[in-house]
Design a protein around this ligand. Structure first.
Ligand SMILES: NC(=O)c1ccc[n+]([C@@H]2O[C@H](COP(=O)([O-])OP(=O)(O)OC[C@H]3O[C@@H](n4cnc5c(N)ncnc54)[C@H](OP(=O)(O)O)[C@@H]3O)[C@@H](O)[C@H]2O)c1
Length: 264
């Protein structure tokens, strides 16, 4: 029997992803009377989508800052549902949660399965992508973060189609480019139309996984285009959930007070 006078559990969701928003919505809907949900965003997009519960924006100030935040804000449990490439945030979350003795779960979105028809050239990072690109294509759809565009600056004869959620604050450092604005999920028909309209002959993408941005790979396969694919970093050691449902099941155990479910 749950104690109706028990203080609310304070859940910190490290977010910025579709899955983080889905967890926040589900927890507020099912445990809203017992759980205070605080979503944390890095602040990379100017107009984040709507989120229930509380939202905080911006870095914590490294591991030390996050430990202090967990303590001063009396956070009880942490769900790291950041982007699979936000490796630094995930590492900080693991270390800080351990130092503050808080249960932590990482939602680890699986990568995309590779189809035999896919023409992927796998590389370690954006610099690796820039190194192979001249052998792969001349008109390239580039779906990376702003901070990675510098790696492609030397490719002055390559045309880059850049897709981003917000208009770039400063002009991209690329000799030939065009920016299209868009926020996923994207449909196959619109991806095919985009690739055809700009006569794209190669893509550069992160192996992010997830359904929201998968259609570009289906479109590349349909058009027999190569994809320079940046490999994903590994997850942090500790509790992992591969889906939103798995994360919610773990959280339910934590909220319902089963200590074995949240051992660090
Ligand atoms: N973060 C996102 O929402 C997001 C979304 C889509 C794609 N990505 C991709 O992931 C890659 C790395 O992105 P990143 O720079 O955001 O990650 P990162 O390199 O892991 O994080 C850098 C710093 O940003 C802050 N930060 C990151 N996520 C945060 C969150 N949810 N709440 C509060 N602070 C957060 C932290 O600052 P402090 O050390 O000061 O705490 C962290 O140390 C990029 O390639 C980007 O394209 C990220």
């Amino acid at each position: 029997m749950q104690d109706p006078d028990a203080p609310a559990i304070r859940l910190l969701i490290l977010g910025g992803t579709t899955e983080a928003a889905a967890i926040a919505r589900a927890v507020v809907a099912t445990h809203g009377h017992r759980v205070t949900v605080i979503s944390s965003l890095a602040g990379r997009t100017e107009r984040p989508g709507p989120l229930p519960g509380e939202v905080r924006i911006g870095g914590f100030g490294g591991v030390e800052g996050l430990v202090a935040y967990l303590q001063t804000q009396a956070i009880d449990v942490v769900v790291d549902a950041t982007h699979p490439f936000a490796a630094q945030m995930s590492r900080h979350a693991r270390i800080a949660a351990a130092l503050a003795n808080r249960p932590r779960l990482q939602l680890w979105r699986p990568g995309w399965p590779r189809d035999p028809r896919d023409r992927w050239v796998e590389v370690a990072d954006a610099a690796g992508a820039a190194a192979v690109l001249p052998q792969v294509g001349r008109r390239v759809l580039l779906t990376l973060g702003r901070s990675e565009l510098d790696c492609f600056a030397a490719l002055t004869t390559t045309f880059f189609l850049i897709r981003s959620i917000d208009p770039p604050r400063t002009p991209p450092p690329l000799a030939q480019h065009h920016v299209v604005l868009g926020r996923g999920p994207f449909a196959l028909a619109e991806e095919l139309a985009l690739l055809r309209h700009y006569r794209i002959d190669a893509l550069v993408a992160k192996h992010s996984g997830g359904s929201a941005t998968k259609a570009k790979l289906d479109a590349a396969r349909t058009l027999d285009l190569p994809v320079v694919m940046i490999r994903r970093p590994p997850p942090e050691p500790g509790h992992l959930a591969l889906t939103v449902d798995e994360a919610l099941a773990w959280l339910s155990q934590v909220v319902d007070g089963d200590p074995s479910s949240c051992a660090l």
